[in-house]
Design a protein around this ligand. Structure first.
Ligand code: NAI
Ligand code: MG
Length: 369
């Protein structure tokens, strides 16, 4: 398999370009240490693209992404563009069209709280003695957000609103495969979350998940109703490894997991399409948070979510797993040495407050050894 890769870099707005600069530094070192190359093309997106060429997702940007192996995305949006019509706004006008154009149906959001940061988690620390490390696999292009019919009408003098939950077996099967594959690379435990006591969609979901499990006999599969899953995540967070669920439940549970993790600035995400013949995926990788206009331009944003998004890109789209592991280890080393950007800093003994650049440099140094 070729180790000469290419990616599109879409830094976007707010803290996007600041944290992207750190991820690119890390990528340079990873290439040198592990002996592969990554050609990069920087493209306009979001508010920056609106200002430059008048639309949030220029055709040039889409074309560059089409030729690349993956997209590394920063974040888009900010107060400057808030009054534009919804479809012309940075987020709606760029993120959703990219997901749709590239068929990115699988959203992977790791909820990770490193042991050294567990005091930042709102759950009781004795429940997460070794931190928290759960991967949420959410179906992203189907379910109730997209099903037809959808809309509202008047009926007998009342107003009726309709959303329809639709899942095809093929859609469930492909997302379950991604979740089982991810579980194989982790602790081999998968919880499928549904509402099979009430919803037809969920009955099909559960049946299909069980069918797919036959191809992954090493993975221990269990099922939870979504209401119980929401409780268990708080009650016994450390018991989870990988979760797989539909679009609506995944939207809610992934935010719950982000809260358990404590800091948005630490959490990456991946949105993947179909697996190719090499077992890899085209994907878009971005921090779970947004453009953080409140701290943009000050050099204090936490670059770790962006750097871990790069690590996911290396793993899922380029197959550079060793480099991906090494970047995660370098992030852990920087945190273990007490370095904290403002969002993580508590003033406790052994903590040193650092800038975006300094955190990036520390991760680069840890990766070089
Ligand atoms: P946000 O995630 O940008 O900020 C929420 C809070 O988390 C803020 O206090 C921010 O300072 C903090 N935060 C986020 N990332 C951080 C980091 N790396 N380091 C330190 N602190 C960090 O969400 P908010 O405020 O709701 O939205 C701000 C803008 O971002 C809006 O224009 C929104 O539309 C856009 N947005 C874009 C997303 C994307 O590009 N995928 C996703 C979510 C929001
Ligand atoms: Mg959400």
């Amino acid at each position: 398999m070729s180790r000469n890769h290419s990616i599109a870099i879409l830094a976007g707005d707010g803290i996007g370009p600041e944290v992207m600069k750190q991820a690119v530094k890390v990528l340079d070192v990873a290439c040198a240490r592990f002996g592969f190359t990554v050609e990069r093309e920087h493209c306009l997106v979001g508010g920056a693209a609106i200002d430059a060429v008048g639309c949030p997702l220029p055709q040039d940007t889409v074309q560059v992404c089409e030729k690349a192996d993956a997209i590394l995305f920063g974040s888009v949006g900010g107060p400057k563009w808030e009054n534009l019509p919804p479809d012309e706004q940075p987020e709606r006008g760029a993120l959703l069209p990219i997901r749709k154009h590239f068929g990115l149906f699988a959203n992977l959001r790791p909820g990770v709280c490193l042991p050294a940061l567990k005091h930042a988690s709102p759950v009781k620390n004795e429940l997460i003695p070794n931190g928290f490390d759960v991967l949420c696999v959410r179906e992203l292009t189907g379910g109730i957000y997209f099903g037809q019919p959808k809309g509202r009408h008047e009926e007998n003098g009342d107003i009726v609103a309709i959303d329809t939950m639709v899942y095809k077996k093929s859609e469930i099967e492909r997302i379950c495969r991604i979740a089982f594959t991810a579980a194989m690379a982790r602790d081999k435990r998968l919880v499928s979350v549904d509402k099979a006591n009430v919803l037809q969609n969920s009955i099909l979901w559960r049946e299909t998940c069980i069918e797919v499990s036959k191809d992954f006999p090493e993975v221990e599969l269990s099922h939870l109703y979504v209401d119980n899953a929401a409780m268990q995540l708080i009650k016994q967070p450390a018991s989870f490894d990988v979760l797989v669920t539909g679009n609506l439940f995944g939207d809610i549970l992934s935010d719950e997991m982000a809260m358990i993790s404590g800091s948005l600035g630490m959490l990456p995400s991946a949105s993947l399409g179909e697996q190719n013949d090499n077992g890899l995926y085209f994907g878009m990788y971005e921090p779970s948070g947004g453009s953080a206009p409140d701290i943009a331009g000050q050099g204090i944003a936490n670059p770790i979510a962006q750097i871990l998004s790069l690590s996911m890109l290396l793993r899922y789209s380029l197959g550079e797993n060793e480099a991906a592991d090494a970047i995660e280890a370098a992030v852990n080393a920087a945190i273990d040495s007490g370095l904290r950007t403002g969002d993580l800093y508590t003033g406790a003994d052994g903590e040193t407050k650092v800038s975006t650049d300094e955190m990036g440099d520390a991760i680069v140094t840890a990766l070089q050894v």
